[in-house]
Design a protein around this ligand. Structure first.
Ligand code: FAD
Length: 345
């Protein structure tokens, strides 16, 4: 939440960064007790209310609740991660400007939007020779902090589900991939009864992220073992996703049947293995895995699975502290134990 407010301050308005102010979760059995416990012991800044059908219907008319019980989080929000990341980068640029202006010496922050084919490229000068060889790889970005002499003290590998496409890491990460499709729905002009003002998003068997009165996102599918990382969704894939998600959504919000398809996007999750502590992200220094002939220090921040937005601030902070102090012990051992030989593929 602190990062979110930093991002909000960096852009002039919070429009597009965050939508809505509530989230409404319904349990279809199994973990009710744990959820009740969470609701009773929630943090002051993360309120969870236990509500009944009547209260839920006041929030979302005609909602369907088989258990007469739901968990309402009045302060929950949806984050538009693209705008959020752009705003965070702007905030970093502002800090660099402020530090430079306040006599701490000239600082530079450099964002290079380039695909990295292998880690060896980042070792000294080879880095610049290998780019522009015409390989057709997605033109996304990775953020590199460089010291003034142009070489890297440390490299943090955060390529999501593509981390093991780096030849140095291929077959060495205990990650499974899982593609997910999200559908954009809108309410046609001829439908009068729209989603209520400030109505909460809904987390159920499927989730509905509400974007105003007449637009929402419905998610998401779980296609295990897919390696397709394209954000584009074909007509067939969108139609399959609709067939899968609409019944789940209408089980709780029957009004969804009036909404129409307005597009779809997809992503690839990097799922970490299930351990006795749950499915935990993969962190830590990876030089021991990569081999001894690399000069700089390499770190991994990966396996964020389906909860990357939730964890990223904490994991980013842990990694930054470990990198700056060259001390992996700062990171809880549960997050680095995947590097033990027995835990690797
Ligand atoms: C459908 C769906 C719904 C989700 N819903 C939620 C949710 O509600 N809440 C939540 O917390 N999480 C959710 N997630 C999970 C969340 O999106 C991920 O956990 C998170 O994005 C992982 O972050 P990351 O930085 O590790 O990887 P990514 O977000 O995948 O970022 C990796 C970046 O590296 C770039 N890259 C890859 N290869 C290279 C290369 N060779 N050279 C240069 N750059 C490269 C990519 O282009 C990308 O920009 C969802 C995921 C999906 C697919």
């Amino acid at each position: 939440m602190k990062l979110l407010s930093i991002a909000e301050q960096a852009v002039s308005s919070e429009e597009d960064l965050v939508s809505l102010s509530g989230e409404f979760g319904q349990d279809f059995g199994g973990i009710l007790d744990r959820r009740r416990f969470n609701a009773k012991n929630c943090l002051a800044n993360c309120k969870i209310e236990i509500i009944d059908k009547n209260a839920a219907e006041k929030l979302v008319p005609h909602i369907h609740m088989p258990f007469n019980l739901a968990f309402y989080m009045p302060e929950a929000i949806n984050v538009n991660s693209k705008y959020y990341l752009n705003a965070l980068f702007l905030a970093c640029q502002n800090i660099v400007k402020e530090l430079s202006a306040s006599g701490f010496g000239k600082k530079n922050l450099c964002l290079q939007k380039k695909s990295v084919y292998e880690l060896r490229e980042l070792e000294g000068k080879q880095c610049f020779l290998r780019h522009g060889d015409g390989k057709n790889v997605e033109n996304k970005f990775v953020l590199w902090w460089t010291p003034e002499n142009g070489e890297y003290d440390a490299v943090i590998i955060c390529l999501g589900a593509k981390a093991d496409l780096l030849p140095e890491l291929a077959g060495k990460l205990p990650l499974r991939t899982c593609r997910g499709v999200i559908l954009h729905l809108q309410l046609p002009d001829n439908i009068g009864e729209d989603y209520p003002d400030h109505g909460p998003s809904i987390l159920s068997d499927a989730w509905l992220a509400i974007k105003g009165n007449r637009r929402l996102d419905l998610g998401s599918t779980w296609e295990w073992k897919s390696r397709n990382s394209s954000s584009n969704v074909s007509t067939d894939e969108a139609s399959d996703a609709l067939q899968e998600l609409l019944p789940k959504a209408s089980a709780i919000y029957p009004g969804i049947t009036s909404w129409s398809f307005a597009g779809a996007r997809a992503g690839l999750r990097a799922m970490p293995p299930l351990t006795p502590h749950g499915s935990l992200p993969l962190l830590g220094c990876v030089n021991n895995i990569l081999g001894n002939d690399l000069i700089c220090k390499y770190w991994l921040l990966g396996g964020l699975g389906s909860r990357g937005l939730l964890y990223h601030g904490w994991l980013g902070k842990l990694t930054a502290e470990a990198v700056l102090s060259c001390n992996e012990q700062i990171i809880p051992s549960e997050l680095t134990s995947w590097k033990n030989k027995d835990s690797r593929p």
